[in-house]
Design a protein around this ligand. Structure first.
Ligand SMILES: NC(=O)c1ccc[n+]([C@@H]2O[C@H](COP(=O)([O-])OP(=O)(O)OC[C@H]3O[C@@H](n4cnc5c(N)ncnc54)[C@H](OP(=O)(O)O)[C@@H]3O)[C@@H](O)[C@H]2O)c1
Length: 288
């Protein structure tokens, strides 16, 4: 845990957010724009991003919203995105790694990496690494990653990170591994950032009625529709994210895991700092 400089809220700050074309990220983007953030939406669909820009500007006519296109499944696309962001923005004070997905079938990314791992873990790892010097130069700065309570029963398969062998290479077990990886990544990132004025935190948004798991066929869509009445709204799901980005209080912690705007205790596996360092090294090898 590190003490950092005063923050002064998100107004006027450059915020790069992934996964803001739907669900939790969209709700957060609308609220952050309302609070005066200068937003950069990272999106893979130009038309969906344009819809979000219109929606934000309907809420706040003078909102400053840029769009950078990238498919976060592809490392080449992430590298292009980072290069554009570094050219365009002399300072970046907030990076929100929010995009994420679950896949009911085992699939590979364009780089030949299991897709859940590529999108949910390696994409934030690579994007953060590429923007890190700019974030440090813009300090105080914040990095927030959307994890999940789904990490709780997971363990990182260190002997088979690519999930090439055995079970658990897709669906909920794999999703849980990636969300555990988000917390371990955040812990090691915070350790490496100590004293720089850049904080790194992760959070669980709760069970949220979003577009999540709607990419996995009719049965899954029906399942999500049935459970929808038990889910919170996307605005509620985005509350902790907005708080982590905007509030003075959240800047007092780095390496934390939050739920409902309070520190939460993640699983024992998520508190294993040696595992966090090991995962960092192995992830570094996967982005070269
Ligand atoms: N919903 C829940 O109950 C819940 C609970 C815990 C944690 N979470 C986490 O919350 C985060 C947001 O999910 P959500 O529930 O808001 O789901 P969502 O409505 O499906 O939104 C996911 C967002 O990620 C983007 N995305 C997915 N794959 C991408 C890729 N390859 N490249 C670029 N963007 C990509 C989507 O873009 P498109 O519009 O192009 O598809 C969309 O903007 C995820 O990290 C998820 O793991 C969700």
């Amino acid at each position: 845990m590190t003490r950092v400089q005063p923050w002064g809220g998100v107004a006027g700050k450059r915020v790069v957010i992934t996964g803001a074309t739907n669900g939790i990220g969209l709700a957060a983007a609308v609220e952050l724009a309302r609070r005066g953030a200068q937003l950069t939406l990272v999106a893979r669909s130009e038309s969906r991003a344009a819809d979000v820009v219109r929606r934000i500007q309907a809420e706040r006519a003078d909102a400053q919203v840029d769009v950078l296109l990238a498919d976060l499944a592809s490392q080449a696309s992430i590298r292009r995105l980072a290069s554009e962001a570094l050219t365009k923005y002399p300072s970046i004070q907030v990076l929100i790694n929010n995009a994420g997905a679950i896949y009911a079938r085992q699939q590979l990314s364009p780089d030949g990496i299991e897709l859940t791992w590529a999108v949910n873990h390696l994409a934030p790892f690579l994007l953060t690494s590429l923007l890190l010097d700019r974030l440090k130069a813009s300090a105080p700065a914040r990095i927030v990653t959307t994890s999940s309570g789904a990490h709780e029963d997971a363990a990182i398969p260190f002997d088979d990170l690519a999930a090439n062998r055995g079970s658990g290479g897709w669906g909920f077990p794999r999703y849980g591994q990636t969300k555990l990886a988000n917390i371990l990544f955040t812990a090691e990132l915070a350790r490496r950032l100590a004293g720089t004025g850049v904080t790194a935190n992760a959070y669980h948004p709760g069970f949220v009625a979003s577009g999540f798991n709607r990419n996995n066929g009719l049965l899954m869509r029906i399942g999500m529709a049935i459970t929808r009445p038990f889910a919170r709204s996307t605005d509620q799901g985005a509350q902790t994210l907005v708080w982590l980005v905007d509030s003075e209080e959240a800047g007092r912690t780095s390496g934390g895991y939050f739920f409902d705007m309070r520190p939460a205790t993640p699983s024992a596996a998520a508190q294993d700092l040696q595992a966090a360092q090991r995962l960092w090294q192995l992830s570094d090898d996967e982005i070269r």
